[in-house]
Write a protein that binds this ligand. Sequence first.
Ligand code: SF4
Length: 345
Amino acid sequence: MDYASRQQQFMEFYPAEPAFRWAQIERGFFNPKFSGWNDVLNLSKAMRQNLADNIPWISAKLSNLQKDKAGDVFKAALELADGQKIETVLMKNKRGQWSVCASSQAGCAMECGFCATGKMGLARNLTSDEIADQLRFWLYWLRENKTGAERVSNIVIMGMGEPLANYDNLKTALKTWLRYTDIGATHITVSTVGLLPQLEQLLNDQNWPPVRLAVSLHAVDQKLREQIIPSTAPDFFIKLADWAKRYFKKYGNRRHHLTFEYLLLQNINDRPQDAKLLADYVNKIGRVKINLIPYNKTSARLGRSADEQMEQFLAMLEKNGTVVTIRRSLGEDISAACGQLANKS
Ligand code: SF4
């Protein structure tokens, strides 16, 4: 089902309005002092009243909020106009500012074995408003709940859903954030399971914003990856390597930073030979950074690699000349960490 965006609804009410009118309104959506249509004073009083009666100022309302023990992570369950629920997370980052983790779909069709969202199935794509408004939700929330560090400096699209399966709406939301906030493209990361047709599409898309990309590998062996990520395309690694080389050829600059994510699963993909395979694969492509991710428990069948094992894996990659980091795991106690979002709050 398609949902009309706020802009489409506005144009239906006011088809003769000049294009700058909608830009004034969108600027208002991100104005830290505004909290409703009545604050957009460059609209007539009658127009403000009509819009307040017919178009929601924000497309999601808070259903439940949880805070982790350390007070560094907040998870919000948001209810959308049709009753669907999604989750979005606010995390304190290393700079003492905030990162928002946004969802791109209600549920997900990709069925990754380690992920709670994948077990829900896909309900629907989020509209561009519903994606963009997750940032607005947290900006308003920070304004009302003074934390001492109100700035959101980073956005990661790593919440519920496969972002590239909702390409057009994601792209519109990314452009909205870039147009109306001070968050730069290199501070926004789209995390994808690696949908090859959409990766190809963005490579040829002149209007795709220069945000960072993180592609989930989780294995370098085709059969093993199919077990972990059932949506894996045939010959995935050959095709991904070919795509990545062309990506770097086209965008030979640091802005187009590419990361491969690798979730460490005990006795599945965390052995020394797995590290060697991974290093060889990445070194053939060149300039890709590896981000190792500790597993956050969502399945009785899967285990988290021991800290020592993760350190050994990291050391092996470094020894083979790979740029590698281990991601901090945040919000596990409120099921807000990677792979744990499942509307259970
Ligand atoms: S990891 Fe991402 S792509 Fe895979 S099932 Fe979960 S939400 Fe979907």
